[in-house]
Design a protein around this ligand. Structure first.
Ligand code: ZN
Length: 699
């Protein structure tokens, strides 16, 4: 028994440490480069040639004071979310790589004595481009509005095309990369013509620099990836996995970095291959990295002297002139106006925070003039004004930005929606899509729905079939790229007179196209005219969404009477609210048509018992839970908090720090705890200003 409990305790500790490590994502440079080296003999040849050149260069290395200046450009791919990062964040990232590569980082004093003498000033420096490849003024940042920012890979580099890699280091900043914080290519891997389109660094927006939405412990990700770009491997060689004992047999071809199996924590006394590990090396995974070694510095300089992938042109005087990065070069580009809002839709009288996202120039040089139709104030010269919209209506916003080089005007038409809270629908409310002008209601605009379209296929009205009346809505999922999201938003529904049993029903019909289809239908509700939405219904095509008797259907799915199913959603949580807005969201993932009809919101009694899982700001969908269960957390202020899972006896199962942004936050329950035994558990989120708990059940 004693042995048993020791084992179970150590398994418990192991699972906790994996949890915290999961929070930080890795680099997948070895993975992408190994794939090329295995499949492209030319890449292998170039790699060997560069290695030979490098060994020769480092053997005959003569230290000089030459500084290698590398012009750098950041391509920001965004979908108007937090990944459309500020210029300050980019400048912060450039500051950090310059400090790290020149050994000017303030934490060099924390390098342990054993490695202090080989910590390197690499004499490599980075400067934001001031002239683009076409000779135009630039501030070294480009921005692209594109879905390619999600689950990004090299396709993102086709959307935001690389600038010539022998002139610039290209850095792509994206929302997320499957399984990684970033990756880059070794110069040998991409030496051919095709490599011109992908060469550089790609990384997640929340791993760039040290300021929010990134953070201090992720700030060295770009340093690490540029190390790869300049031909450095991880100190445990080019293996995919740190921590394997076999890594001791793989070298990184740098003479002064001790062999190691790799580190994911900061045990500075760690010795894994017979000598003290350089845990603080930027190329390790420890996240307490502070240094490059002298050998690594020489190896990177060798790369910058080699013609492989054009690296030796980067810091030539002619290139520094061409890119505007030569000492003393000054220019001021005209601004490109852009802005974001915290929310474009709300109840009449709501506030909108406008955030200036003007780019292309030095923002200190700019002046701003905003015009807010329907807003109070109606004009502003603040950079980031807050505006109230007291009267219902749809309003334009104008932003004029000027500096001494030019002026840009951006108009977003009917951009702000101030919703009438007295008009709109009143339960019992029905919508069965009989009106041919749907989503527009020609006689009463407050009864109109909003159809937010994306991709090839959208929610569309059809008379091919219906569950009620002559028409219904449908969407052809298979015509859309995976993850395309189409959203249908109801008018505001005034529920102030309903005091019991607020229930939504709607009819749905769905078939998969094949067994791999897994489209998602969600229904969310908002008690504040679309500011804050909570998930109230969530079904996946791979299981619970299917209604067709003969699923899957490879041809066109047209439901028979038996293929329709009525869904019931308890909205009792909103009984004390004055109004509610509904939205139906379809995420296309290769399936057949999804049909919807006969939406009803009324006060009828609940016909089926629904497990209630409702709290003020912490929602769990679905409960009882499984691997797909999601947690939604709403916070006004955001901040850092702890998410803790305990069992029914109060024993802690898992705890993990989470970074909460203002607004809705979504997490997968399985990323905090997996393989829980059947039983009752509690999720609690706590911080200075959050204290939320939910009971969850595993069957
Ligand atoms: Zn790496």
């Amino acid at each position: 028994m004693r042995l048993f409990s020791i084992i179970s305790i150590s398994i418990f500790l192991l699972s906790i440490s994996t949890l915290t490590a999961q929070d930080i994502k890795r680099c997948k440079t070895p993975e992408v480069n190994n794939y090329i080296l295995e499949n492209n003999p030319d890449a292998r040849k170039s790699t060997n040639k560069l290695e030979e050149f490098t060994q020769n260069f480092t053997e005959n290395y003569v230290k000089s004071d030459q500084v290698y200046i590398i012009p750098i450009v950041f391509h920001i791919l965004h979908d108007n979310g937090p990944e459309n990062i500020s210029k300050e964040q980019v400048l912060d990232a450039v500051r950090i790589i310059n400090e790290d590569f020149r050994k000017q980082n303030s934490d060099t004093n924390l390098i342990i004595d054993e490695f202090k003498s080989i910590a390197s000033d690499t004499y490599i420096e980075f400067r934001l481009a001031k002239v683009d490849p076409w000779g135009n003024c630039t501030d070294g940042i480009t921005r692209y509005e594109t879905d390619a920012t999600y689950e990004a890979n090299d396709y993102a580099k086709q959307v935001a095309q690389a600038w010539p890699r022998d002139m610039y280091l290209n850095v792509w900043v994206v929302h997320d990369i499957p399984g990684a914080a970033g990756y880059s290519y070794y110069p040998g891997s991409v030496d051919g013509g095709w490599g011109e389109n992908v060469d550089g660094v790609i990384l997640c927006y929340n791993y760039l620099g040290s300021i929010s939405p990134s953070s201090g412990n992720k700030a060295r990700t770009l340093t690490h990836e540029i190390g790869h770009y300049l031909n450095l491997m991880h100190p445990w060689g080019n293996s995919n996995e740190p921590g394997l004992q076999s890594n001791c047999d793989i070298d990184d071809n740098v003479s002064d970095t001790p062999n190691t199996i790799g580190s994911e924590s900061c045990v500075l006394s760690q010795s894994t291959c017979g000598s003290l590990d350089n845990v603080q090396n930027y190329m390790d995974y420890s996240y307490c990295s502070r240094m490059f070694s002298l050998g690594q510095g020489e190896r990177m300089q060798a790369t910058l002297n080699s013609s492989t992938s054009g690296r030796n042109n980067l810091s030539t005087t002619s290139n520094l002139i061409a890119t505007g990065t030569i000492d003393g070069f000054e220019n001021l580009c005209p601004p490109i106006a852009e802005f974001m809002v915290d929310n474009y839709k709300g109840c009449e009288g709501f506030d909108v925070s406008f955030t200036n996202r003007t780019y292309g120039t030095n923002l200190d040089s700019c002046s701003y003039y905003w015009e807010f139709e329907g807003g109070t104030p109606s004009t502003s010269s603040d950079e980031n004004p807050v505006v109230n919209y007291p009267t219902p209506g749809n309003y334009d916003v104008n932003l004029t930005v000027s500096n001494s080089s030019g002026t840009d005007i951006l108009t977003k038409q009917t951009f702000i929606h101030s919703v009438d809270t007295l008009l709109g629908g009143i339960p019992p409310y029905t919508e069965s899509f009989e009106n041919s002008s749907f989503p527009v209601n020609l006689t009463d605009d407050t009864q109109s729905w909003e159809n937010i379209e994306d991709g090839e296929a959208h929610w569309e009205r059809t008379e091919v079939v219906s569950a009620e009346g002559n028409a219904c809505l449908r969407i052809a999922n298979y015509l859309n790229e995976e993850e395309t999201l189409n959203v249908l938003v109801s008018p505001n529904l005034n529920i102030s007179d309903i005091d019991s049993n607020l229930v939504l029903t709607f009819k749905v019909a769905y078939a998969r196209k094949d067994v791999y289809s897994k489209d998602i239908l969600q229904m969310r509700a908002s008690p504040d005219c679309g500011h804050y939405w909570s998930i109230r219904y969530y079904k996946q095509g791979s299981s619970s969404l299917i209604t067709a008797q003969n699923d899957p259907v490879s041809g066109t799915f047209i439901p028979t009477e038996d293929d329709w199913r009525e869904e019931t959603v308890d909205l009792g949580y909103y009984l004390n609210k004055s109004y509610i807005m509904l939205k139906f969201m379809v995420t296309s993932r290769g399936g057949n048509y999804l049909y919807m009809d006969d939406i009803r919101l009324n006060g009828e009694p609940l016909s089926t018992l629904i497990e209630k899982t409702i709290g003020e700001n912490l929602l769990v969908y679905q409960n009882p839970f499984d691997d797909d269960t999601r947690i939604e957390l709403y916070s006004e202020s955001g901040g850092n908090a702890d998410l803790e899972i305990t069992d029914i006896n109060g024993r802690r199962i898992a705890i993990s720090p989470i970074n909460i942004k203002s607004g809705s936050n979504y997490y997968k329950l399985s990323s905090f705890a997996q393989n829980l035994r059947p039983g009752i558990y509690f999720i609690r989120v706590t911080s200075d200003n959050i204290n939320e708990m939910q009971k969850i059940i595993k069957l």
